[in-house]
Design a protein around this ligand. Structure first.
Ligand code: PMP
Length: 451
């Protein structure tokens, strides 16, 4: 059949992400709304919105038309000059952010974070504090796969075979209440997780620290949702020491959090915001680094050595910017930010029945992104073994639902099932997602009784 032929060619020619020899990939051939179809004709609900990005769903005519019209008009010109889609989009991003930022375009989330690090370092250079060069990030965080972004990443994959990584990236424990790294209980703690950032700044020497980078919640690293006071406290610490707060909105931004951006949920104003796939719902590669207008001032001097150098051929590509504008128009017209908050609440309620399940340690939601942490049992909290994860993911897939798991490679730390449904998910589809996940986890108990 056609499917078998594609598969054999895939085995022969394609090197896959994460697991290069993925011998049994699903080969997707079409998508419509929340559903995607593979080469064998089987339909799946895209429960992860691809890779946390297809927020407006597949097959959106207005996005396709925007790309076509832009390609016919002019498909490319470099960002040393400017073009209308880039200007309109920068204005629109500012409207979404709700504060005054300058927008630097690039191609991917990794790229947007590289840009943030370079701008932060250069800013301090040009403001008489050249020793400020370090960045503080968290364990379990993911910020990308290029060297700088991987250096900021706090997952074990950085330790695989790529060292030495970029110097000057320090990591502190995450705000992980279910497994508090400080042995505390939320409500009776002093937010030691936030204090760890102040300790790290003091330990490294405040005059050596340029920035703190974090996602509003750690998404791919396990849906680790901090207590509400955490991010405001981090903002306070950054202000106290003159350190820039860089917020990575690659996943949380553009509605996933139930607000326009994840940091809006916590009422903080970052110095730099990075964003990527949510800008275009994954339809076209584009990312942006939004820099607080005041910070931009140090780059305004006429001397060439004050310029920010990050030439980026495809950054701000006209077609991608046009696609982003069409995507944001859909999010606004269909009120998908509000829909995201609603979907999260409904999903959370439906999944409540799992709370007492012996293999469900914790359920965490941020807007419509959800993590279900599987354990061997409630008392020990030992992370569920790989076979249990495979069984749940496989059962969901068999029933036509694609779910994810958190992306670290260390045994014992990839025990969180993740859900990130498109924001256009209907009530019936939500019922299907919840019912399927519940059934897949219950099947686990039936096949592997806990004794
Ligand atoms: N930051 C976060 C929080 C991400 O989840 C990702 C990718 N999933 C990135 C950065 C890197 O984005 P990209 O894959 O576009 O380089």
């Amino acid at each position: 059949s056609g499917a078998e032929e594609w598969l054999s060619k895939d085995r022969k020619y394609v090197w896959h992400h994460i697991s290069p020899h993925n011998d049994n990939p699903l080969i997707f051939v079409s998508g419509d709304g929340c559903w995607i179809t593979d080469a064998e004709g089987k339909r799946y609900f895209d429960g992860m919105s691809g890779l946390w990005c297809v927020n407006v769903g597949h097959g959106r005519e207005t996005i396709a038309r925007a790309a076509y019209e832009q390609m016919k008009t002019i498909a490319y010109s470099p960002m040393m000059q400017s073009h209308v889609p880039a200007i309109e989009l920068a204005e629109k991003i500012n409207e979404w952010l709700g504060s005054d930022y300058r927008i630097f375009y690039s191609n991917s989330g990794s790229d947007a974070n590289e840009v943030a690090f370079k701008i932060a370092r250069q800013h301090f250079h040009q403001n008489g504090e050249p020793s400020r060069h370090k960045f503080i990030a968290r364990h379990r965080a993911y910020h990308g796969s290029s060297f700088g972004a991987l250096s900021a990443t706090g997952q074990a994959q950085r330790k695989l075979k790529y060292e030495p990584l970029g110097a000057g990236f320090e990591h502190v424990p995450p705000p992980y209440c279910y497994r508090c790294p400080f042995g505390q209980t939320y409500g009776n703690c002093k937010l030691e997780c936030a204090e760890a950032i102040e300790d790290a700044i003091n330990w490294e020497g405040a005059d050596s620290v340029a920035g703190v980078i974090m996602e509003p919640v750690i998404t791919g690293g396990g849906m680790i949702v901090p207590p509400p006071e955490y991010l405001p406290k981090v903002r306070e610490i950054c202000d106290k020491y003159g350190v820039l707060l860089i917020i990575d909105e690659v996943i949380c931004g553009f509605g996933r959090s139930g607000e326009r951006f994840g940091h809006h949920n916590y009422g903080v104003v970052p110095d730099i915001v990075t964003m990527a796939k949510g800008l275009t719902s994954g339809y076209s590669p584009l990312s942006a680094t939004a820099v607080r207008a005041g910070l931009y001032d140090s780059f305004k001097a006429k001397e060439a050595n004050s310029h920010f150098r990050h030439v980026n051929t495809f950054g701000g590509n006209q077609v991608s910017c046009a696609v982003a504008l069409a995507n944001l128009a859909i999010l606004e017209e269909e009120r998908l930010v509000e829909r995201s908050a609603y979907l999260g609440q409904e999903l959370g309620q439906r999944l409540q029945v799992l709370r007492t399940h012996p293999h469900v340690g914790d359920i965490r939601l941020f807007g419509s992104a959800c993590g279900i942490e599987l354990v061997e049992d409630h008392a020990s909290k030992v992370p569920a073994a790989a076979d249990k994860m495979l069984s749940v993911i496989g059962e969901c897939r068999r029933r036509g639902l694609l779910v994810g798991k958190n992306g670290d490679t260390v045994p014992g730390f990839n025990n969180i099932i993740t859900l990130c449904p498109p924001l256009i998910t209907s009530d019936d589809e939500l019922e299907f997602i919840a019912g399927t996940v519940i059934a897949a986890i219950e099947a686990l108990t039936a096949s592997q009784p806990v004794s």
